[in-house]
Design a protein. Structure first.
Lengths: 322, 327
């Protein structure tokens, strides 16, 4: 199929804040506020941003763990809101997730083999010989030995557990895998192994990733497209090399300049942002970044910038077009 | 004063199990030194012994740990031989520490002012009122906006970045000579991390502190440190000036670690991964602990642990490849 595997248009998620005996709605957290993105088959969309920017809420909506308040999400051209019963189950099969902490995401009472094939057993009626065959193939895919199937999660190190979680996510041959900080809980020397494995699997199986991480270098390494989020908005989105090499939005520039160097001689012009991310309960008017922005103009505090095309990517900033 | 501010010689700290049958060599034969105003990075993965090394320095080890050998000379006198009451006057006053999680290191029941003023009152006997005044000044020094109101607030009223800066204010409250920071920024966001690291560097300059960074992040070392010590399975496998080691790592582990990190602006399709897992610290492999994962392993590595070789005047490496005959 030519079109994107997953497409979000003007996606919104608001959480009501309730108080008191009658649960009166006193405020709204605008966790995700009107964002649009798409993921092509076999490609990776990397989402970066600081805590509270809405990246996890976005992932939850993709996984259908949260219902969007507004906007449209399409999977292979089909509106997700319209799904029910069988088609909804089919969707959940096609979208899987790998989480940050493999110590928490694997059931300690189940053997690794049962963990990996559990999605298969619940979703498809297969003969046990076929299940075993698929299990061995999955173990082989993620580089675990056959005997791993009969052991318990505690017998594995962090990196191996993350391989188990990846094998489980792959068991239903999904189209999209949501990777929420998949390596940040792992040891440094193990991270490269898992990142390489994820890239190999993508090349081999043609699966798409929604990759969420705070390590900018890892996101730039893994992604085809990068979306930068700030307080529920996408402020910049475009091809990974372009965004990482020459960021345009002042927030993206600050974020990438604050990334740690890989060599002591590497000196960047650091842009140190003042203050902290404001509460999403009361985001600033106009451009949400303007109170911390080093280039803020008078209109930034009143007028919200639109995402517009600028040298090969989309930027939401009044500084552009120049 | 002649000699370094801190001189650790052949220090070993082991954990002994309750029945005394199992011994974990968490820190094994570590030698390093630190001058005034210098920044040392101690890098290692989980289980490499870097945190045990820091706790040994302050003698805050859990009961199962034993300092089995070595010396820790601080301003010329051995910290290991000091009685506990003298040690108590050093901890928090001469050598201070910042821990990883600011939520865990602040007491939720006391105000910020009480907690920042506490070390000043304990170590210097300053009365409460003037200690609070000092606390307000310290909050200003760690760049907290409106310190006069923040000083009366409780930790839950502050953001993560602010809490970590308060922990920093407590650490420098008695003007220590050495500040140990154990993964100080892992729980912070990228832009807040940059703020905090710059703050630490400014504090170091204004107070002429010696800083010890304990981290698994080679980027922090590249940004902040003059000297680096790389730990693996309780041993210091390589040490020396940061630039020298990043340009020409002598130990295969250091080299592999530096190559395995994704960098902004490089277009490698694959990262150079290190095979295998870090060893279980209670049962490290015989010989050189890195040999099962080493791309340049030789027969000798499997049976004989390499001693510390001098690669240059300032750089040491525990690898047979660095032996004078092999070079």
């Amino acid at each position: 199929m030519a079109g994107p595997v997953l497409e979000a248009k003007n996606l919104v998620k608001h959480f009501p804040v309730k108080r008191g005996l009658l649960s009166r709605e006193v405020a709204v957290v605008r966790a995700v506020d009107d964002i649009s993105f798409s993921i092509d088959p076999g490609k990776t969309l990397g989402v970066v941003g600081e805590s509270g920017c809405g990246k996890t809420t976005t992932a939850k909506m993709v996984l259908m763990l949260e219902r969007p308040t507004g906007g449209i999400m399409r999977f292979e051209g089909q509106d997700l809101q319209a799904l029910d019963g069988g088609s909804l189950r089919a969707y959940r099969r096609s979208v899987q997730a790998v989480f940050q902490d493999p110590y928490a995401s694997l059931n300690p009472r189940m053997r690794v083999g049962s963990i990996i094939v559990e999605p298969l057993v619940t979703n498809e009626s297969l003969a046990s010989a076929e299940v075993r065959k698929r299990l061995l193939r999955l173990l082989d895919l993620v580089g675990l030995p056959e005997r791993a199937a009969d052991l318990f999660p505690h017998e594995f190190s962090g990196g191996q557990r993350q391989r188990i979680a990846i094998a489980r996510a792959l068991s239903l041959s999904p189209k999209v895998i949501v990777l929420d900080e998949p390596v940040s809980a792992l040891d440094v020397s193990i991270r490269a192994q898992i990142l390489n494995l994820l890239r190999d699997l993508q090349a081999q199986l043609g699966v798409s990733y929604l990759f969420i991480a705070h390590d900018l270098a890892a996101v730039a390494h893994m992604s085809h497209t990068i979306a930068v989020m700030y307080l529920g908005k996408i402020v910049e989105i475009g091809p990974a090399e372009i965004v990482a090499k020459s960021p345009k939005h002042p927030y993206t520039q600050a974020l990438f300049s604050a990334a740690l160097p890989s060599h002591p001689d590497e000196r960047r012009d650091e842009i140190i942002l003042a203050g902290e991310v404001p509460s999403p309960l009361a985001p600033p008017a106009g451009c949400r970044f303007h109170p911390r922005c080093p280039h803020a103009l008078p209109r930034c505090s009143s007028e919200e910038p639109k995402l517009l095309s600028e040298s090969g990517r989309l930027v939401a900033c009044h500084l552009y077009p120049k | 004063m002649t000699g370094p501010l801190l001189d650790i010689r052949r220090l070993s700290t082991h954990y002994v199990s309750a029945r005394g049958t199992r011994v974990t060599r968490a820190v094994d034969d570590v030698t390093l030194s630190l001058d005034q105003g210098q920044t040392l990075g101690i890098v290692g993965e989980s289980g490499s012994g870097k945190t045990t090394l820091a706790l040994t320095l302050l003698r805050m080890l859990p009961p199962a740990a034993r300092i089995v050998s070595g010396e820790m000379l601080f301003e010329g006198s051995d910290l290991i031989k000091k009685p506990e009451n003298e040690m108590r006057r050093i901890r928090g006053k001469r050598i201070a520490m910042i821990l990883q999680d600011p939520m865990m290191s602040l007491n939720p029941l006391f105000t910020v002012g009480d907690q920042v003023a506490e070390p000043i009152r304990v170590h210097e006997g300053t009365p409460r009122r003037s200690a609070w005044k000092r606390a307000t000044e310290l909050l200003k020094a760690v760049r907290i906006a409106a310190p006069e109101t923040r000083v009366g607030e409780y930790p839950h009223q502050l953001s993560g970045g602010m809490r970590q800066r308060i922990v920093g204010a407590i650490a420098i409250s008695c003007e220590p000579r050495i500040l140990i920071a154990d993964e100080p920024t892992t729980s912070l966001d990228v832009t807040i991390q940059a703020q905090y690291l710059n703050l630490l560097r400014d504090l170091q300059r204004s107070h002429n502190l010696a800083l010890i960074f304990i981290t698994h992040n080679l980027g922090i070392v590249a940004k902040m440190c003059d000297q680096v010590a790389v730990m693996y399975a309780g041993r210091m496998v390589e040490a020396g000036p940061v630039k020298q080691i990043y340009n020409a790592p002598a130990h295969p582990y250091t080299r592999a670690l530096l190559e395995s990190i994704p960098r902004l602006g490089d277009n490698r399709q694959r990262l150079t991964a290190i095979d295998g897992q870090p060893p279980d610290p209670s049962a490290p492999p015989p010989g050189c602990a890195f040999h099962p994962r080493c791309p340049k392993v030789m027969d000798r590595c499997r049976s004989e642990a390499p001693p510390e070789f001098r690669v240059t005047d300032t750089q040491t490496s525990r690898c047979w490849l660095s032996a004078p005959a092999a070079r």
